[in-house]
Each structure stands twice: as structure tokens, then as C-alpha cells.
Design a protein around this ligand. Structure first.
Ligand SMILES: Cc1cc2nc3c(=O)[nH]c(=O)nc-3n(C[C@H](O)[C@H](O)[C@H](O)COP(=O)(O)OP(=O)(O)OC[C@H]3O[C@@H](n4cnc5c(N)ncnc54)[C@H](O)[C@@H]3O)c2cc1C
Length: 478
């Protein structure tokens, strides 16, 4: 019989890895979490979905998150960049499912650290600044991983585990054999440009904690208020738009901000904190999320366009499902059988699918028009509210309304039941004079500075350009 150093080795200490570790440690399993960075570290993805609260409560970390002073998120606002329709406000407390009143806009550096430290408190061994550099299957008995401690020059070490959990995020380094990614063509080929900003006063009251989503003809933008007059702001554009714009990412970011009255107002005095980041080519899903002794969790399993802030929730949910499968198999002294692997893949896939259909509806202009409709019959709006709160496996009273919503979206594509949102017009509000169209009468101050700093040239820093010609990476703001 094989004796392992650990019952489970988890690669990555983000929300997926630390939550899987927490669940497993609570069941008495010996767990090693390996994290290549030293926490706290920057990570994008601050807006949490309210359904995540239940998982945070189950692992026992909720009180620590509540005490951390994150901005409370009571809802979401959806705007159209040119103001051609009225904004839609989603207040979680008014959804069809009670008990999801608020969650947090959790700045990821402290949030991820709280979760990782909690996993350690529950008994996980956590090794930070240690990179998993190789994984070797021990026949059917588990895995041996090679660990490289320190930023450079460390001596490689080895550890064996009966189960391996890939929670390495978008790196998805060691799961290629079972990760033949399926990309939904409607969602692929987009680029996110984002940064944190200071000098961003939060609107007063509960609504000041809302995530603000602004849809434009090409993509969308987010505004997430963080504590201390700070905010996370990003824009999502098609890859070809970015190439055609011949602008540096920062300049394109400010151009899109300038085209939205809402964003221009929110960011009137904003000052970037350090780097602008660029992430390209997201949206993928492994065809299978489990092998006999390996499970993919969080972004290592799949990545969905972040417009509904699904990432952290799916990380926590997949960690919960994966930990349940590992615990059962481990206690029975066996690997995951065919049905257990399939169950994990199907269960997680079904939850992802529910949210993915919402994302697709958001990108389709006609379906988006249905989404923005404020007077939908049959209480469809509060049902969609529950979906925006993250109910990816909703009860019947939400589910049939969700299917009704999708049906109406289909009909809308053939015959307009509600007026279609018109993205072609320019808005009449403040801060919308950026141009290209009629010339910048009053461009946003950051756009002026980006232009004067030469940011509109087509040349980009070398390290930001991938083989496919899509820029990505991070660089210092002007
Ligand atoms: C532009 C953008 C905006 C987003 N906005 C939101 C949002 O508002 N709300 C939301 O919920 N989600 C959002 N997301 C998604 C969210 O960031 C992720 O879904 C979430 O971080 C997934 O958690 P994870 O634990 O799977 O991965 P991660 O949080 O990425 O953690 C993976 C960890 O693994 C470590 N690691 C990687 N390789 C190794 C290795 N070889 N050895 C050791 N450690 C390793 C990494 O250092 C990292 O800490 C957004 C994503 C993007 C790209």
C-alpha cells in the first residue's frame, strides 16, 4: 500500500485552493497548499456574489471577512454607455430568494489572505512563495509534485499526495492532459484592461456599494467601489477593436471611459494606483473537471466572462464540490470512480452553464434589451435578480422564470417584444464628448494626459504582446 505525505496536495492558494483546503482540513484530511506568491498579492476580481456567503459561513471564515471592513455590496447597477435606456438597478434583498441581502466588494489582496490563513488555522500546511514546477503520476496511487521554494535559487523538494487539486487559477499549468479547453465562440476573443484607482468618492448610502456595469456597443466596463475612496475599474473590448484602435491599453481605457457619462463622472478625479493590467483570451472550460486522483477547481477548471462577477463564487462552489468527492473517496480508501468523476464534472458544469447563458444574453444586443426591461411580467425581474446574486442552481420558482426569460430573449431575436437598445447614438450627458466622431471638445482629463504622453501610438511594450498579437500583462501608468 502506498503511503503519501498528504491526503491532498492543492496547487494554488487563491479562493478555490484555500476553500478546498478548509473543507478537507475540517474533515481531518492532511492537506498541503502550495502557493507561488507571498500573500497579500494583487488579484483582480473583487466583486463577490451573495450566494458565496453560505460557503464562507460553512468553512467558518465569514466572521473574519465581515470584520475586514470591505465595502458592503447590496446590489448591482446596469447602465448603457450612451444612456439610450434607463439604468436597471438590482437590489439583492428584493430578489425572489430571501436571505441574500448583501455581500462584499472584497479587495482580493486582503480577502485571499484571510481565506488562506483560515485554511492554515484549520490545519492545512501552507507553503507560500513555493512554486509547483512538475507533477508526476504515481500510477493509480496519487501524485508526486516538485516544489521550488523561494523566488529564485531554492532547492527543489518533493511531496506525494493521494489526491491532487489544481487550483492554480488561469495558469492551469499541470492539467493539460484532462483540460482540452472548450471555448464558446460567442464569448472568446475579448480583452480586459483594468486598474485600481484612488480619489474616487463613493456615492452615499447603500447604493454606493453597488457594482456598476456599463454596456456599450463593443463590450462593457465595470466600476467596483473599494474601501477608502478607491475603486477597481476595467473595460472589456473585442480583441479586434483593440487592434484596430491602435491605442495603448491605457489610452483605450480612457477613451472608453470618456464615451460613458456615468464612468466619466465616477472617475472625474481618479488617480491610478500603479499598474494597468491587460488580460486576454479568457473564456474556456475543461471538457472534464476530474480524473481518478485529480480535480480542477476555480479558474483552473473554467473561466467565464466576469460581467456577473461569477469567478470567486465558482471558485468556492467548485472547491466545495471537489472537497466532498475527495473526502468520500479518501475515507473509503480509493480513487474517484467513473461516476464520481462524472458527477463532479456535470454538477459544476450545470452551475457554470446557468451563469454562462446569462452572460451570453448580456452580450447579445436583443437579449440585453430584454434584460434591461423594467416592466417584465410574471415576476421575471426578481427571478433574474436571484441569478445576478449567483443562484446557479435555483429552486423551481426561479428556474421556470429563468427559462421564460431565455425564451423571451429568443423571441426578441426574431421579433422585438420590447424596444431594442440603440447603441448607435451618442449620449447627451457630461463627459461624452470624446471623439474620433466630432473631435474631442472636452476629453476626459486622463485621456488628455494619456494622449500628451504619447499613449495613442500603435507601438506597445514588447512584453505585452502574445504570439497571437493580443497585448497582455501589466505596465506602469503614466
Ligand atoms: C478582468 C477580470 C475581472 C474579474 N472580475 C471578477 C469579479 O468582479 N468578481 C469575481 O468573483 N471574479 C472576477 N474575476 C474572476 C476571478 O478573478 C477568478 O475567477 C478567481 O480569482 C478564481 O480563483 P482561483 O482560486 O481559481 O484562482 P486564483 O485566484 O487566480 O488563484 C490561483 C493561485 O494559484 C497560484 N499558482 C498558480 N500557479 C502556481 C504554481 N505552479 N505553484 C503554486 N501556486 C501557483 C497563483 O499564484 C494564485 O495565487 C475576474 C477575472 C478577470 C480576468
Amino acid at each position: 500500500m502506498h503511503t503519501h505525505d498528504y491526503d491532498a496536495i492543492i496547487i494554488g492558494g487563491g479562493p478555490a485552493g484555500s476553500t478546498a483546503g478548509a473543507y478537507l482540513a475540517r474533515e481531518g484530511l492532511r492537506v498541503l497548499i502550495v502557493e507561488k506568491e507571498r500573500f497579500p498579492r494583487f488579484h483582480i476580481g473583487e466583486s463577490v456574489m451573495p450566494v458565496s456567503n453560505a460557503i464562507l459561513r460553512e468553512t467558518g471564515v465569514w466572521e473574519k471577512v465581515e470584520r475586514a471592513g470591505f465595502v458592503r455590496k447590496h446590489g448591482a447597477e446596469f447602465h448603457v454607455s450612451n444612456k439610450s435606456v434607463l439604468p436597471k438597478h438590482v437590489e439583492f434583498a428584493k430578489g425572489l430568494i430571501p436571505g441574500l441581502d448583501y455581500t462584499f466588494q472584497a479587495e482580493r489582496a486582503p480577502f485571499d489572505q484571510i481565506l488562506l490563513e483560515h485554511a492554515a488555522e484549520l490545519g492545512c500546511e501552507v507553503r507560500q512563495e513555493t512554486k509547483v514546477t512538475a507533477v508526476k503520476a504515481l500510477g493509480k496511487a496519487g501524485y508526486e509534485v516538485t516544489l521550488l521554494p523561494g523566488t529564485e535559487g531554492g532547492t527543489p523538494q518533493r511531496a506525494t499526495g493521494a489526491f491532487l487539486v489544481d487550483a492554480s487559477g488561469r495558469d492551469t499549468l499541470f492539467t493539460k492532459p484532462i483540460k482540452t479547453a472548450a471555448v464558446n465562440p460567442a464569448l472568446a476573443k475579448r480583452v480586459a484592461i483594468y486598474a485600481h484607482f484612488g480619489h474616487v468618492p463613493r456615492p452615499p448610502g447603500k447604493a454606493g456599494g453597488n457594482i456598476v456595469i456599463i454596456r456599450n456597443a463593443d463590450g462593457w466596463a465595470w466600476f467596483i467601489p473599494l474601501s477608502g475612496e478607491r475603486a477597481s475599474v476595467g473595460v472589456i473590448v473585442r480583441t479586434e477593436t483593440m487592434r484596430a484602435a491602435k491605442l495603448k491599453p491605457e489610452a483605450l481605457f480612457w477613451k472608453i471611459v470618456g464615451e460613458s457619462a456615468k464612468l466619466s463622472t465616477l472617475l472625474a478625479d481618479a488617480v491610478p494606483e500603479g499598474k494597468y493590467h491587460v488580460t486576454a483570451d479568457y473564456n474556456y472550460r475543461a471538457r472534464a473537471f476530474a480524473a481518478p486522483r485529480m480535480l480542477l477547481v476555480g479558474d483552473a477548471a473554467c473561466f467565464l466572462d466576469p460581467m456577473f462577477s461569477t469567478g470567486v463564487f465558482l471558485a468556492l462552489l467548485s472547491a466545495k464540490f471537489a472537497a466532498a468527492e475527495i473526502t468520500a473517496a479518501s475515507k473509503a480508501g480509493r480513487a474517484l470512480g467513473f461516476w464520481a468523476q462524472r458527477r463532479y464534472t456535470r454538477r459544476l458544469g450545470a452551475n457554470v452553464g446557468t451563469l454562462e447563458r446569462m452572460v451570453l444574453a448580456f452580450y447579445d444586443n436583443r437579449s440585453f434589451s430584454v434584460f434591461m426591461e423594467r416592466n417584465a411580467p410574471l415576476r421575471i425581474a426578481p427571478a433574474i435578480n436571484a441569478l445576478v446574486a449567483g443562484h446557479s442552481d435555483p429552486p423551481w420558482k426561479v428556474r421556470w422564470r429563468y427559462w421564460m426569460f431565455l425564451l423571451v430573449c429568443r423571441v426578441q431575436r426574431l421579433h422585438a417584444i420590447v424596444p431594442n437598445v440603440d447603441f448607435s447614438t451618442r449620449s447627451v450627458g457630461e463627459g461624452t464628448e470624446f471623439a474620433g466622431v466630432a473631435g474631442p471638445k472636452n476629453p476626459h482629463p486622463r485621456l488628455r494626459s494619456a494622449k500628451s504622453a504619447g499613449c495613442h501610438e500603435s507601438s506597445r511594450p514588447d512584453q505585452m504582446v502574445t504570439a497571437g498579437g493580443t497585448p497582455q500583462g501589466s505596465y506602469e501608468a503614466n
